[in-house]
Design a protein around this ligand. Structure first.
Ligand code: FAD
Length: 324
């Protein structure tokens, strides 16, 4: 089902989970276990992240040429496996970095063929940290251009018109950054760019992880003022260790409120960071629900035990028999 149709129909609160494909040469069972851990709590959607190709010219076993260096498995097969094995709505993430618009169309048509009704449309990061983003030839500089292409497909306008009767109609989500995207000169400019994604045809926004409700509410007020009226789903990740805190702060540019940072640092000394992070994750989820957000989006890093504990407390058991 399209996520927007689900939101319009749903009378109760819901949540989605976001999982990354395992690395190549690992087993699909790691991701199946994570899904099985959380399915009993009835996530409305399972998002699968997308990791762009890195193409490097190398020689392997005396065969030289362009070889794809890819750490993660391609999400297409994985998304289909989860969708049809568990009969759950999967939202594939789609990153246009590294692809030209013909490849974008080709890949998106495969997702459509496999029955996906939703796409989270993203640009992706620059190749190296702190580097500038450069599109490939015929590719896109930002996600709003990708959303424009997806929107054209809804109107049967294709780049490579193989079938003139084709129509591909995805419900399109985009990323929002309550504490601004790291490349944006300021929050106002980032919101102007978010509005461009909405004007290009985005149907809803999932936000970057945000622990600071004051920042979040300020951003929400600003985007509504800027005329962005589509649904917003806050992104949540329980902060369960000091190393995670440092990664989120330094790599993802996420602001950690002083109180939370002090709590985790103190708890880390006594090996209590996990429990403190779970309690904070529950408190944060309940605060978002109190603010009126119908849906929350949980980022899974690891086996999903932390998310299980949070959703169990916030949403309760939905199907006791299925709980492992
Ligand atoms: P954009 O919306 O294009 O924004 C990138 C920068 O360009 C911003 O600074 C913005 O202000 C600016 N900009 C945007 N539009 C315009 C315009 N029209 N004109 C000028 N400037 C503009 N990454 C992955 O690799 N795989 C994933 O699966 C993935 N999932 C994610 C899920 C969520 C919920 C979030 C929040 C992020 C995710 N990311 C993922 C990270 C994302 O790819 C990076 O943050 C990336 O750097 C930006 O992607 P974007 O789609 O937000 O880009």
């Amino acid at each position: 089902m399209k996520l927007t149709d689900f939101m319009n129909k749903s009378e109760s609160n819901f949540f989605s989970i976001e999982i990354s494909p395992p690395f190549k040469f690992k087993s699909i069972n790691t991701i199946f276990s994570a899904v099985e851990r959380l399915l009993p709590y009835k996530p409305a959607f399972v998002n699968i992240t997308y990791h762009p190709l890195k193409i490097t010219r190398i020689s392997v076993d005396n065969i030289s040429g362009e070889f794809i260096q890819k750490k993660h498995v391609h999400p297409l097969g994985l998304c289909a496996a989860i969708k049809y094995k568990y009969n759950v709505d999967v939202v594939p993430h789609f990153v246009c970095a590294g692809l030209n618009k013909v490849q974008v169309e080709n890949d998106l048509s495969d997702f459509s063929f496999l029955g996906f009704k939703n796409i989270l449309a993203l640009r992706g990061d620059p190749v190296a940290a702190n580097a500038e983003f450069h599109p490939v030839d015929g590719g896109y500089q930002n996600a709003s251009q990708l959303v424009t292409q997806i929107n054209s497909m809804r109107n049967s306008v294709f780049v490579n018109n193989i079938d003139k009767h084709a129509k591909i109609d995805f419900c399109v989500g985009v990323a929002g950054y309550p504490e601004k995207h790291f490349e944006a000169v300021n929050l106002e400019n980032d919101i102007t760019n978010l509005k461009k994604k909405v004007d290009a045809g985005a149907d809803y926004i999932i936000t970057q992880i945000c622990y600071d409700l004051v920042n979040f509410e300020r951003w929400l007020e600003a985007i509504r003022k800027a005329g962005i009226n589509i649904p917003v789903i806050p992104g949540i990740k329980p902060l369960t260790s000091l190393s995670q805190l440092l990664t989120l702060k330094n790599v993802y540019n996420i602001h950690i409120p002083k109180r939370l940072e002090e709590m985790i640092v103190r708890a880390d000394i006594d090996n209590q960071a996990y429990q403190v992070g779970i309690e904070h994750g529950i408190e944060l989820s309940e605060s978002f629900i109190k603010l009126g957000f119908k849906g929350l989006h949980y980022f899974l890093m690891g086996n999903g035990k932390d998310i299980e504990e949070v959703v169990k407390a916030v949403y309760g058991f939905k199907n006791q028999d299925l709980v492992k």
